[in-house]
Design a protein around this ligand. Structure first.
Ligand SMILES: [Ca+2]
Length: 263
């Protein structure tokens, strides 16, 4: 029973940061019921110091639709932001990650995008590579896989609105499209400033080999792609989960509004 409960429980993290989140807390407060067991610092690296001050992780059991948001980059050029779970999360046995995000162009120009990242790099949740532009903050991170939401076409990208799974296994990750193991183009623009919901499912039970499926707003973009998450070199089946984002000479405002991991 306890085991079943554990399986059903969702490892859920909500990150609180300063300006935007403070507003969000007050506006969303009636909408979610907290059964918070602990509030921990999450590892976060932003180039705007103010944003890192009050970033916290909240461990919550249950399912919630609305949580405070956090911002990964400012609207300046050449920014890189990453944020990681405080603890490693069990991923190898399968998981579903549901998150909502928003990418807003600045003055009509828009670059580069954000990524959902699973990593077991030696520096753990202190991992930070100043890798702006196309690198989107994940390029250079070893032992990682990034599901990028790429809004800037450069260096062999198929277009300026695609979702791609980028990995080099245990080697430092690479943003170039030749290291995509699967990709697709959503029918709506990623950077239209609207709030999108993405669901990433790592399914280890339905097929002879594990697969990964990525959807955005209910539209399946990458469908049951055969993929062994163990290839990045996990720690007893666990890894840090987080997000990265970057701006280039075109800028964006990147916001993650919620993230829920069911494993
Ligand atoms: Ca790109």
């Amino acid at each position: 029973m306890e085991k079943d409960n554990q399986r059903l429980n969702q490892a859920f993290f909500a990150v609180l940061c300063n300006i935007y989140t403070r507003n969000a807390i007050f506006s969303y407060l009636p909408l979610f019921v907290l059964t918070t067991k602990s509030v921990n610092m999450i590892s976060a690296h932003f180039e705007t110091v103010d944003e890192a001050k009050e970033v916290k992780m909240r461990s919550v059991r249950g399912r919630y639709d609305t949580v405070p948001s956090f911002r990964l980059t400012s609207q300046e050029q050449l920014q890189t932001g990453t944020i990681w779970s405080k603890k490693k999360i069990r991923v190898l046995s399968g998981f579903t990650a549901t998150f909502r995000f928003q990418v807003t162009p600045v003055n009509g120009a828009s670059g580069d995008g954000l990524a959902f990242v699973i990593q077991n790099a030696p520096n753990g949740n202190r991992t930070y590579h100043k890798s702006d532009g196309s690198s989107m903050g994940y390029a250079g991170i070893p032992n990682s896989v990034a599901i990028e939401f790429d809004t800037y076409e450069y260096g062999g990208d198929p277009n300026n609105n695609h979702i791609s799974i980028q990995t080099k296994g245990k080697q430092p990750n690479d943003w170039r499209h030749q290291y995509s193991i699967g990709w697709g183009t959503p029918s709506t623009r990623i950077d239209n400033g609207a709030i999108h919901e993405s669901i990433i499912t790592y399914d280890t039970k339905s097929h002879p080999q594990p697969t990964i499926t990525v959807s955005m707003n209910g539209e399946i973009i990458i469908n049951n792609l055969k993929y062994d998450l163990g290839s990045i070199g996990l720690d007893n089946g666990t890894a840090f989960i987080g997000f990265s984002a970057a701006t280039g000479y075109s800028a964006q405002f990147h916001r993650v509004l919620s993230c829920e991991i069911l494993n």
